[in-house]
Design a protein around this ligand. Structure first.
Ligand SMILES: [Zn+2]
Length: 452
């Protein structure tokens, strides 16, 4: 493969030049327009990326602005590299303008340099090197330019309804080495019409996938009664809840600690803390049930959801609550291990809530990804990684999600190397010229191995 590396090194400046060109498009999702489902800027970036691929000698196809691809080789089966051209908004605090692609100390700065324009250009140049070196291809190769990874992945259902799935592939949009397991995610709403008695309202949380840091409850009760019970409760449990007298009633304020919904064990849930105290004031069956079966736990065990797994156990986060006018609504974020299915979770949950007369509604479902560690795809990518980095590591499991959830036979592979600072979605995102070169070699070798 020294031959391949040599071709890649010869083309290094072309690779940098084309990446800088794509960085200059502020390809943040915008208003949909005819033929531009993700807005004008994303579309301009896709158009230019396909032009570049054509200039490099590849066949290209634009799927109505949803995404596009560059292709090389013959036959029915294909190997895919799926990255994305859209970026998150630049935010504040840049030392180099976010869309100028300035170079300093052989670093290229700009939004999208590592997430995900750099990796996708690296894959394109890796494919070019295999072709230029005259190496054989048993399967066709496609570099797919996704356009909506950062705001809902609305591009991939369109791709999958128009194209056959790849036989193997990877998405260079996470970290190294290969990711063999991604948890599935379920955002659920649990609702019930109930008599809230003297509780006028309870509100807490800002999003399903965030551990709520605050929760408020308004009570139609005597202040002195509430405050004396609260004193006793705080003494007993050490939680941070305060109360005050207002014109509208007694206001309770519960303070927790925020964390990402995929890691609820790192936070402290202000909503569940509040429900723990409300139980001392009112006897409401559903609230009692939630305290017994969820409480301050985040592994779902009390609901029969315990799914321990070497790649990370199931997690459950109560992200939001809204209770008022005789109705209670709770929003859950459940992340289950890659080996399981959505149905495994929902069946167990229905069973746990059977006596409670609640309605369980799925707001969002993202499937899990799982490949055995000895699967051809994982073994191949791990082998390439080891060859170029000299590191013998285990494949990774993550709680988050990548394009691998939307297209079969793909796993995430790179681009972040160990000890590399992760500036994705932050200011001063950059890629080193030699890092881009190494990625091109790794992705070129991976494409070659999967295509043969
Ligand atoms: Zn990305």
């Amino acid at each position: 493969m020294e031959l391949l590396d040599r071709y890649i090194e010869q083309n290094a400046s072309g690779c940098i030049g084309h990446l800088r060109e794509l960085i200059r498009f502020p390809s943040v999702a915008g208003e949909p327009q005819a033929g531009m489902p993700f807005g004008r800027d994303v579309n301009a970036c896709l158009t230019r990326a396909l032009e570049i691929a054509k200039e490099l000698g590849f066949t290209v196809k634009n799927l109505d602005g949803y995404c596009g691809y560059a292709e090389y080789g013959e036959g029915e089966e294909y190997v895919a590299v799926l990255g994305h051209l859209d970026v998150v908004p630049e935010g504040e605090g840049w030392r180099h303008p976010p869309y100028a692609a300035e170079m300093e100390d052989s670093r290229i700065y700009g939004r999208g340099t590592t997430d995900d324009k750099g990796p996708i250009v690296a894959a394109l140049y890796g494919l070019k090197a295999i072709r230029d070196a005259g190496l054989p291809f048993r399967r066709k190769v496609r570099i797919i330019f996704g356009c909506n990874e950062e705001s809902g992945c609305g591009d991939m259902p369109y791709y999958m309804s128009h194209e056959k799935p790849p036989v193997y592939g990877f998405t260079p949009d996470a970290e190294f080495p290969a990711i063999y397991s991604e948890k599935g995610a379920l955002f659920l709403e649990i609702t019930k019409d109930i008599n809230l008695q003297k509780i006028k309202s309870v509100t807490g949380g800002v999003a399903p996938n965030s551990v709520p840091a605050t929760c408020r409850a308004l009570l139609d009760m005597e202040y002195t009664e509430v405050s004396s019970r609260l004193d006793a409760f705080v003494k007993e449990t050490g939680v941070k809840i305060t109360c005050e007298k207002t014109d509208a009633g007694v206001l309770l304020y519960s303070e927790g600690h925020a964390a990402h919904g995929s890691k609820p064990e790192l936070g402290r849930n202000a909503v569940m803390q509040m429900l723990g105290f409300l139980e001392k004031l009112q006897d409401i069956e559903l609230i009692n049930f939630l305290n017994v079966h969820i409480g301050m736990d985040s592994n779902g065990a009390g609901l029969g959801l315990a799914m321990p797994d070497e790649a990370g156990d199931l997690t459950l986060n109560v992200g939001m609550i809204e209770a008022a006018n005789g109705r209670l609504k709770l929003t859950l974020d459940i992340r289950y291990p890659g080996k399981y299915h959505e149905k495994d979770v929902l069946d167990r949950l229905q069973k746990a809530f059977l006596e409670q007369g609640v309605t369980i509604h799925t707001k969002l479902a993202m499937p899990a990804v799982y490949f055995p560690k000895d699967h051809f795809l994982i073994r191949t990518l791990m082998g390439v990684y080891e060859k170029f980095t000299g590191r013998k590591e285990e494949p990774l499991a993550i709680g988050g999600g990548t394009y691998a959830k939307y297209v079969p036979n793909l796993v995430a592979f790179g681009p972040l190397l160990p000890d590399r600072d992760d500036l994705n979605h932050m200011a001063n995102e950059y890629i080193e010229a030699k890092e881009l070169l190494l990625l091109t070699k790794i992705y070129g070798a991976a494409i070659y191995a999967l295509a043969n």
